[in-house]
Design a binder for this molecule. Sequence first.
Ligand code: T1G
Length: 698
Amino acid sequence: MSDVVTYNREGAIGVITVNYPPVNALSHAVRTGIQGAIQQGRDDADAKALLIVCDGRTFIAGADIREFGKPMQEPGLPEVVNFIEATDKPVVAAIHGTALGGGLEVALGCHYRVAVPSAKVGLPEVKLGLLPGAGGTQRLPRLTGAQKALEMITSGEFVAAKDAAQLGIVDELADNDDVKAAGLAFAQKVVDEGKPVRRVSEQNDKLEAEKGSDVFDKFREGLKKKARGLLAPFKCTDAVEAAFTSASFEEGMKRERELFGDLMDSDQRAGLIHAFFAEREVSKVPGLPKDTPVREIKTVGVIGAGTMGGGIAMNFANAGIPVTIAEVKQEALDKGLSIIRKNYEATAKKGRITPEQVEERMSLIDGTLTYDDFKDKDLVIEAVFESMDLKKKIFSELDEKCKPGAILASNTSTLDIDEIASATKRPEDVIGLHFFSPANVMKLLEIVRGEKTSDEVKATGMALAKKIKKVGVLVGNCNGFVGNRMLHKRGAEAMALVDHGASPQQVDKVLTDFGFPMGQFAMGDLAGIDIGHSIREERRKAGEDVPPSWMDKLVEKGRLGQKTMAGTYKYEEGNRKPIPDPEVDQIIADFRKEQGIEPREISDQEILERCMYVMVNEGAKILDEGIADRSLDIDITWIYGYGFPAYRGGPMFWADQIGLDKILDAVKKYHKEVGGKQWEPSPLLEKLVAENKKFGDL
Ligand code: T1G
């Protein structure tokens, strides 16, 4: 008898209970335990039906991802599911929480399924670069038909219990969330009504109905745009199609196994699994004890009702936290509040929230023209423009007005948190909360610790990120912190590549082909290229030697980006699609002449290496300086802050896959050819290569 799966009989029902926290994942012990318990149930003559139910928060949430990449130990999950199904007495699954992946496949191997109202089911393997590998691609379409099965399996989205019942995935919806009672009652009903053993693998009517249909080719067409660059959604489609084209269930299972193996061996699976665990690890900060006290954030103040301030405020209203926005002028405040309302109404129009929720959230947001209204706030976040003088002035006022223990945060994207904190008498309560635009959408929150920020305030920042459904990454204080510091290096390389012969569209295409949602220059147009221009002008005024740039010429011509329908690209009315502009090519050509630069042909490979390796080299320096604690912090920053393709695992994981020796050679090459501090090889990178180690080994 295993200690994670038990068998005991309750009346005429043989009850198989899985108890393997935290999510009853199908580890080797669980698979063995289920098989053994099913055998016990088969041998128990007094058991007229069997019930599989789970202790804890959820029904089985899938295969044990921690076992991936290790040699698989028998029994494999497909065999266990087939073993359940082959039982000659009815087997019932009682579902609560989230029955996902292999968990749903176990339930599909049962003859009946009952779910509590709050349960959800899904096959999210595709999000891990995989496909349901224990019969899900063969059994689900037998219940739902091709289209629904394709949608569920290639999206990985969860389906609520009531929808699952409508789709025929679940046979009955319980009246309440007592899953054990629901399971026993349903199993007893099966016995009382003499319901037969009903094997999903033998139900072929839905397959017959759609044999030879063009649903698969049509579906693949739709995938081309949605799943650009991804392997798994296409293999999922092939596997579901095999259910309709194979001569038997067994043949379809064989095909599913082949396709699963292809994906298991892919770099994309490795990248996505790394991203899955990294997203969870990132909230466990080394050196910050798990039991560090956390301050309760019940009311929030935001300074600035602009794009960032408004978006930031929405995050708190969305989480049910009242928030007051301060502005200097009433019309700025009114404008900001009306934009927030418009954003909510647009979301409601898409059906993502109800009109009542719009009103509910708007009722949680109010405005003020004085910081006096911040005296009871637990947290105040400043989101004004990037002027250190202004920020210091604001923080010294907040220091006076806010209650002791209130946390004072800045949304600055590059400025020195310690200098801002020095304007207060409470530097231990000062922290950076760097949101990414649009702040109510982008999931990343860089939580910037100052020299004096207390552990309690750091822990509160991390907890707050979870509360407002952000992915919080604790980072150190330097220019650009983690994300923007690396982005600035990529941006400078992209500019230099265009100076010397590449076009903006060529650079952007290399980056979008790599998997970024937008290229460097298209992203600049979205944010507004006047921002970079004013930062360069400020640095020139401060006496820094900032070289001229063709982008300054664009700004001087009033080409600020999307907001003026022209920046590095031009734009058509109501369309955000960047269109290369011959006028810009001419401006760049003239600029090269002025600078005496003879343009040359630049390969896509050089563009990729210079844009990506410069970031890896900077990431290594960031690690070396302790600005990021782990390489996974950098990976998560880039996946959730800048759309780095998760299937590549993030910049540092991707570098490990490429091989750090290869990257170091290229860094040394560009250090010779291009020069500049950004190409000085990171000592950490050199050390790892010398020791034949990876970033992931740190
Ligand atoms: N394996 C191992 N550990 C898992 C796990 C899994 N499948 N799912 C979650 N955990 C751990 C997680 O690392 C964390 O650990 C804790 O559980 C709580 O998770 C053959 C091959 C279930 C919706 O993709 O979507 O089946 O940090 O923080 O926000 O076809 O976890 O506490 O130590 O995320 O409440 C398919 C993945 C696998 C589901 C719960 N299944 N998990 O979310 O908690 S592939 C999945 C989730 C498969 C078969 C194929 C979520 C959740 P720790 P959490 P949560």
